[in-house]
Design a protein around this ligand. Structure first.
Ligand code: FES
Length: 115
Protein backbone atom coordinates (compact mmCIF):
# COMPACT_ATOMS: atom_id res chain seq x y z
CA UNK A 1 0.00 0.00 0.00
CA UNK A 2 1.24 3.47 -0.85
CA UNK A 3 2.15 5.70 2.11
CA UNK A 4 2.61 9.46 2.34
CA UNK A 5 4.70 11.46 4.80
CA UNK A 6 2.72 13.56 7.26
CA UNK A 7 4.87 16.09 9.10
CA UNK A 8 3.21 17.15 12.33
CA UNK A 9 4.31 19.87 14.71
CA UNK A 10 4.62 18.48 18.21
CA UNK A 11 5.34 20.01 21.58
CA UNK A 12 4.30 22.94 23.71
CA UNK A 13 5.00 26.66 23.72
CA UNK A 14 8.37 25.93 25.36
CA UNK A 15 9.62 23.53 22.63
CA UNK A 16 8.30 22.37 19.28
CA UNK A 17 9.60 20.03 16.61
CA UNK A 18 8.28 18.16 13.57
CA UNK A 19 7.55 14.43 13.67
CA UNK A 20 7.11 12.57 10.39
CA UNK A 21 4.67 9.67 10.09
CA UNK A 22 4.22 7.42 7.06
CA UNK A 23 0.46 7.10 6.64
CA UNK A 24 -1.32 4.69 4.26
CA UNK A 25 -2.79 6.75 1.42
CA UNK A 26 -6.10 6.37 -0.33
CA UNK A 27 -7.69 8.78 -2.79
CA UNK A 28 -10.00 11.32 -1.19
CA UNK A 29 -8.77 10.97 2.36
CA UNK A 30 -8.66 14.10 4.48
CA UNK A 31 -5.86 15.47 6.61
CA UNK A 32 -8.08 14.63 9.61
CA UNK A 33 -8.27 11.01 8.40
CA UNK A 34 -4.46 10.93 8.43
CA UNK A 35 -4.25 12.46 11.92
CA UNK A 36 -6.76 9.93 13.26
CA UNK A 37 -4.75 7.11 11.64
CA UNK A 38 -1.59 8.40 13.36
CA UNK A 39 -3.32 8.56 16.75
CA UNK A 40 -4.80 5.06 16.42
CA UNK A 41 -1.83 3.30 14.81
CA UNK A 42 1.37 5.19 15.58
CA UNK A 43 1.18 7.64 18.48
CA UNK A 44 -1.84 7.85 20.82
CA UNK A 45 -0.35 10.94 22.46
CA UNK A 46 -0.84 13.14 19.36
CA UNK A 47 -3.07 16.06 20.41
CA UNK A 48 -5.54 17.57 17.94
CA UNK A 49 -9.20 18.57 18.05
CA UNK A 50 -12.20 17.47 16.05
CA UNK A 51 -15.80 16.88 16.86
CA UNK A 52 -18.07 16.40 13.87
CA UNK A 53 -15.77 14.29 11.62
CA UNK A 54 -15.97 15.56 8.05
CA UNK A 55 -19.25 17.45 8.48
CA UNK A 56 -17.51 20.85 8.50
CA UNK A 57 -19.85 21.96 11.28
CA UNK A 58 -17.90 22.13 14.55
CA UNK A 59 -14.85 24.14 13.32
CA UNK A 60 -12.74 22.42 15.99
CA UNK A 61 -10.25 20.95 13.53
CA UNK A 62 -8.79 24.18 12.15
CA UNK A 63 -5.02 23.93 11.64
CA UNK A 64 -2.33 25.09 9.22
CA UNK A 65 -1.91 22.69 6.29
CA UNK A 66 1.23 23.50 4.29
CA UNK A 67 1.00 27.04 5.68
CA UNK A 68 -2.67 27.63 4.86
CA UNK A 69 -5.42 27.82 7.47
CA UNK A 70 -7.74 24.90 6.75
CA UNK A 71 -10.25 22.59 8.33
CA UNK A 72 -8.43 19.28 8.65
CA UNK A 73 -11.66 17.42 7.96
CA UNK A 74 -12.17 19.04 4.55
CA UNK A 75 -8.53 19.52 3.48
CA UNK A 76 -7.71 16.68 1.10
CA UNK A 77 -4.46 14.85 1.51
CA UNK A 78 -2.24 14.81 -1.56
CA UNK A 79 -0.09 11.87 -2.50
CA UNK A 80 2.97 14.03 -1.77
CA UNK A 81 2.09 14.38 1.91
CA UNK A 82 1.62 17.52 3.97
CA UNK A 83 2.97 19.50 6.90
CA UNK A 84 0.41 20.21 9.63
CA UNK A 85 0.93 22.86 12.28
CA UNK A 86 -1.31 24.54 14.86
CA UNK A 87 -2.77 28.00 14.28
CA UNK A 88 0.05 30.50 14.56
CA UNK A 89 -2.04 33.41 15.82
CA UNK A 90 -3.33 31.58 18.93
CA UNK A 91 -1.61 30.41 22.10
CA UNK A 92 -0.27 26.89 21.68
CA UNK A 93 -1.52 24.34 24.19
CA UNK A 94 0.11 21.18 22.80
CA UNK A 95 0.85 19.67 19.37
CA UNK A 96 -1.96 20.87 17.04
CA UNK A 97 -4.19 22.24 19.81
CA UNK A 98 -4.27 26.02 20.13
CA UNK A 99 -6.39 28.11 22.48
CA UNK A 100 -9.38 29.00 20.33
CA UNK A 101 -12.05 29.58 22.98
CA UNK A 102 -12.95 33.21 23.61
CA UNK A 103 -11.38 34.40 26.91
CA UNK A 104 -14.73 34.55 28.75
CA UNK A 105 -15.53 30.94 27.77
CA UNK A 106 -12.27 29.39 28.98
CA UNK A 107 -12.48 27.06 31.96
CA UNK A 108 -10.26 29.27 34.14
CA UNK A 109 -12.61 32.20 33.55
CA UNK A 110 -15.57 30.11 34.70
CA UNK A 111 -14.01 29.04 38.00
CA UNK A 112 -14.83 31.10 41.12
CA UNK A 113 -12.21 33.77 41.79
CA UNK A 114 -10.50 33.28 38.39
CA UNK A 115 -12.18 35.94 36.29
S1 FES B 1 -14.21 18.11 12.45
FE1 FES B 1 -15.86 19.51 12.62
S2 FES B 1 -15.42 21.08 11.20
FE2 FES B 1 -13.77 19.67 11.01
Amino acid sequence: MKTVPINVQRGTAEETHLDTFEVPYRDGMSVLDALIWIRVNADPSLAFRYSCINANACKECVVKVDGKTEYACTARLTDGGVTVRPLSNKSLIRDLVAETAPPKERLAALLPGKS
